[in-house]
Design a protein around this ligand. Structure first.
Ligand SMILES: Cc1ncc(C[n+]2csc(CCOP(=O)(O)OP(=O)(O)O)c2C)c(N)n1
Length: 685
C-alpha cells in the first residue's frame, strides 16, 4: 500500500526547534527519573512531532484552556503523559514546574496518566489504550454537528480541529477499528491522528504482534494516510499536517517513524525505554550525548521558554479574533448565540421538563423501554442538544427520535446516531461528545451488551461526564433469546462503578422520573435499565409518591395500614416491583403486614441521610429483596453488624503504599472500624 504521501527528508531541525524539542524530552526524562516511575520512551521519541503540532498549528490559549473553539488535542497514548505535562508547562498553562517535579505523587496535578479535570489543558482522561482515539472521534462528531447547527453564512463560530497522538497500542486495540470505521464512514475530515510508529511495545518489537499494513488498513477504512519517515523532521510533520487539513472529506492518519527513547545510548529503539526511568547513569549519558546540561534537572533554557510562551499571545489573539466574530454573530443571530452559550455551559432551558408525560393505569401494560422512547420524544423537542442512538438496535431500544433526522455523512445536523454494531466505540464516542461540550449524548443497547462498553463507562464515571445509557432487555424476563441475551451480573457490575447512577424504574411513571434525573445530572453518567416486556402502569392517582420518591433512590410505594409496623419489607426494583405489590396483597390476607419499597437506584438510596434510610428500612425489620439479577451487593442492607473497608471511589496517583494509607488500609483504621462496629451493635442491643 502506498500512502497518500510520504515525506522522507533528512533535515535536522533548526537550532531553536531542536532546543525546544530537547527541553520537552528532558523535562519528561527528569520527571520520570525523579518519580522513579513512568514512561520516558514515548515522550523522547514523539517530542518533535508534538512540537511541530503545538508550535505550528494547534489553536489553543494557555490562559483560557476551555475556550469553546480551541482545537482539541488528545494524548491517546496516555502513558506518555510526561510529554503532555511538559508541553502544558512550557506553553504557559497553569502548571508550574513544581508540579512537574511532583509527577505521580499524591495530590499533584501531574497524575500517572492524564486525568480530565485535574490538569488544565488535559482534554480527556487517557491511559486505557484506544479510548482517547475514540473520544477524539466523538469530539470531531460534536464539532461537525455543532457547526451544522450554529454556523451561518459568514459566521463560522464552530470551526476547529481535533488532533490525537496515538501509539501502537492504541491501534492494536480493537476499538481503533470500530472508531476508525465510524470516522471514515462519517467523513470526519477535521480529525487528524499522529501515530508514533516506533515499532516497539512492552514485550519488544511490533514484529511479535503487529505486522499488518496499518496504512492500508486505515485507507480501507476511508482515511487519508501519510507517512513521515523521520521523526525529527519538524517541517515534514508540519507539511503532513497541512495536507491533512486540506483533505476535508476524510480523517487523516499521519504515521511518523519515531524512535522510542530517542537519544538514549543503551535504550533507544528497545522496550527498556518504554515503562521505567532510564536510570541516573543513562540519563547522564543521554544528556551528554545530546549536548544537554546534566545538572540541574528540569532545566528549561530561557530561549526555549521564551519561544514556547509565544503560545500565550498567539492563543489570546486567536481567541479574541473568535470573540469578535462571536460578537458579530450575537448581533445577527441573538437567539442562536444565546442558545450556543447555553448548550456549551450545560444550562437547561427554563421549563425544560414541562410537558413530560404522566401515564395512567389504563395506558398499560407498557414496557419501560417504550415509556422511555415516549419521554425522549418530548425531551428531544425541548432539548436540541440531545443527540444519540444505539448500536444498531434503535427499534428495540426505542432510541430513535421521530423527525429529528439522521446524523449522516455530510448531513451532520441530524440528531439520530447510528453507531453500528460497535458498542465499545459507542461508549467512547459518547464520552468524546460530552468532553467536547454542547451536547447531551445518549446511547443504547441491550443490557447484556453493556459489558462490551464497560471501559468507556468506567471513564465516563471517572471523568464525571454527563452521558446517558439506555439499556433495555434488562433481565431474564426478556425471554426467548436465552442466556446469551439475558443479563444477570450486569446490574451489580454497573452499580459497582463509582459515580455511575443506575436507575431501574418499575413502570412508565418511574421511567419519566428517571429521565428527569438523567437530564438534570450534569456531572456523571446515568444508566437507565429498562424492560423489554410490558408492565402495569402505576398510576399517579394511586401512587402519587413516585415523582418525589424516585430521586431518593428508594421509597415506600405501598405500606402497611396506618400505624402498623411491617412484619417484613419487600424491596424490589424494576419489573419485580409488581411482584412485590401482588405479594404484599396476598401476605395481608395471610396475616402478614408487608411494606413495599421500590428502589430504582441503590446508589441514590445509599447517599440519603441515615434517618431517611432508617425510616424506609428500619433496622431489625426483616427484608426480602426481589430483583432478577445477581444477588451480590444487596448484603450491604443487612444491618449494623456489618461494615466493609473497601474502595468506593476511583483511586489516586501516588506510590502504592501512600494510596493504601489514604484509603484506610492501615492497622490503625482496621482497629478503629472494628471498634465502631462493636460500638454500634452495643448501642442497638
Ligand atoms: C487497554 C490497555 N491495555 C494495556 C495497557 C498497558 N500498556 C501500557 S502501554 C502498552 C503498550 C506499549 O506500546 P505502545 O503503545 O507502542 O507504546 P510505546 O511503547 O511506544 O510507549 C501497554 C500494553 C493499557 N494502558 N491499556
Amino acid at each position: 500500500m502506498t500512502p497518500s504521501a510520504t515525506f522522507a527528508t533528512t533535515v535536522a531541525p533548526p537550532a531553536l526547534d531542536e532546543l525546544c524539542i530537547n527541553t520537552l524530552r528532558f523535562l519528561a526524562v527528569d520527571m520520570v527519573q525523579k518519580a522513579n516511575s513512568g514512561h520516558p520512551g514515548l515522550p523522547m521519541g514523539s517530542a518533535s512531532m508534538a512540537y511541530a503540532l503545538w508550535d505550528r498549528s494547534l489553536k489553543f490559549n494557555p490562559h483560557d484552556p476551555d475556550w469553546p473553539d480551541r482545537d482539541r488535542f488528545v494524548l491517546s497514548a496516555g502513558h506518555g503523559c510526561a510529554l503532555l505535562y511538559a508541553l502544558l508547562h512550557v506553553t504557559g498553562f497553569d502548571l508550574p514546574l513544581e508540579e512537574l517535579k511532583r509527577f505521580r505523587q499524591w495530590g499533584s496535578r501531574t497524575p500517572g496518566h492524564p486525568e480530565y479535570g485535574k490538569t488544565p489543558g488535559v482534554e480527556a482522561t487517557t491511559g486505557p489504550l484506544g479510548q482517547g482515539l475514540t473520544n477524539a472521534v466523538g469530539m470531531a462528531i460534536a464539532e461537525v454537528t455543532l457547526a451544522a447547527r450554529f454556523n451561518r453564512p459568514g459566521h463560522r463560530i464552530v470551526n476547529h480541529y481535533t488532533y490525537v497522538l496515538v501509539s501502537d497500542g492504541d491501534l492494536e486495540e480493537g476499538i481503533s477499528s470500530e472508531a476508525g470505521s465510524d470516522a471514515g464512514h462519517q467523513h470526519l475530515g477535521k480529525l487528524i491522528v499522529l501515530y508514533a510508529d516506533n515499532h516497539i511495545t512492552i514485550e519488544g518489537s511490533t514484529e511479535l504482534t503487529f505486522t499488518e499494513d496499518r496504512m492500508a488498513r486505515f485507507a480501507a477504512l476511508g482515511w487519508h494516510v501519510q507517512k513521515v519517515e523521520r521523526s525529527n523532521d519538524v517541517e515534514a510533520v508540519v507539511l503532513a499536517l497541512e495536507n491533512a487539513r486540506e483533505e476535508t472529506g476524510r480523517p487523516s492518519l499521519i504515521a511518523v517513524r519515531t524512535h522510542i527513547g530517542f537519544g538514549s545510548p543503551h535504550k533507544q529503539d528497545t522496550a527498556a525505554a518504554h515503562g521505567e526511568a532510564l536510570g541516573v547513569e543513562e540519563v547522564r549519558l543521554t544528556k551528554e550525548g545530546m549536548g544537554w546540561p546534566v545538572e540541574p534537572p528540569f532545566h528549561v533554557p530561557e530561549e526555549a521558554l521564551e519561544h514556547f510562551r509565544k503560545a500565550v499571545a498567539r492563543g489570546e489573539s486567536a481567541q479574541s479574533e473568535w470573540e469578535s466574530h462571536f460578537k458579530a454573530y450575537v448581533k445577527d443571530f441573538p437567539d442562536l448565540a444565546a442558545e450556543f452559550s447555553r448548550v456549551i455551559d450545560r444550562r437547561l432551558p427554563k421549563d425544560w421538563d414541562a410537558g413530560l408525560p404522566a401515564f395512567s393505569a389504563a395506558d398499560g401494560p407498557m414496557a419501560t423501554r417504550v415509556a422511555s422512547g415516549k419521554t425522549i420524544a418530548v425531551l428531544g423537542a425541548r432539548l436540541p442538544e440531545m443527540m444519540g442512538g444505539s448500536a444498531d438496535l434503535n427499534p428495540s431500544t426505542h432510541t430513535n427520535r421521530e423527525g429529528a433526522g439522521d446524523f449522516e455523512p455530510e448531513n451532520w445536523g441530524g440528531h439520530n446516531m447510528h453507531f453500528g454494531i460497535r458498542e465499545h466505540a459507542m461508549g467512547a464516542i459518547l464520552n468524546g461528545m460530552a468532553l467536547h461540550r454542547g451536547l447531551i449524548p445518549y446511547g443504547g443497547t441491550f443490557l447484556v451488551f453493556s459489558d462490551y462498553m464497560r471501559p468507556p463507562m468506567r471513564l465516563a464515571a471517572m471523568n464525571a461526564l454527563p452521558v446517558i445509557y439506555i439499556f433495555t432487555h434488562d433481565s431474564i424476563g426478556m425471554g426467548e433469546d436465552g442466556p446469551t441475551h439475558q443479563p444477570v451480573e450486569q446490574l451489580v457490575g454497573l452499580r459497582s462503578i463509582p459515580g455511575m447512577v443506575v436507575l431501574r424504574p418499575a413502570d412508565a411513571n418511574e421511567t419519566v422520573a428517571a429521565w428527569r434525573i438523567a437530564i438534570g445530572r450534569k456531572k456523571g453518567p446515568v444508566a437507565l435499565i429498562l424492560t423489554r416486556q410490558g408492565l402495569p402502569v402505576l398510576g399517579l392517582d394511586k401512587y402519587p409518591g413516585i415523582p418525589a420518591g424516585v430521586p431518593l433512590g428508594g421509597y415506600i410505594l405501598a405500606d402497611c395500614p396506618a400505624g402498623a409496623k411491617p412484619d417484613i419489607i419487600l424491596v424490589a426494583t424494576g419489573s419485580e416491583v409488581h411482584l412485590a405489590l401482588e405479594g404484599r396483597d396476598k401476605l395481608t390476607t395471610e396475616g402478614v403486614q408487608a411494606r413495599v419499597v421500590s428502589m430504582p437506584s441503590t446508589n441514590h438510596f445509599a447517599s440519603q441521610p441515615d434517618d431517611y434510610r432508617e425510616k424506609i428500612l428500619p433496622t431489625g425489620t426483616p427484608l426480602l429483596v426481589i430483583e432478577a439479577g445477581a444477588t451480590l451487593g444487596w448484603r450491604s442492607y443487612i444491618g449494623p453488624q456489618i461494615d466493609v473497608i473497601g474502595v468506593d471511589t476511583f483511586g489516586a496517583s501516588a506510590p502504592g503504599a501512600v494510596v493504601m494509607e489514604h484509603y484506610g488500609f492501615t492497622v490503625e483504621n482496621v482497629c478503629k472500624q472494628a471498634h465502631n462496629v462493636l460500638h454500634r451493635l452495643k448501642e442497638k442491643a
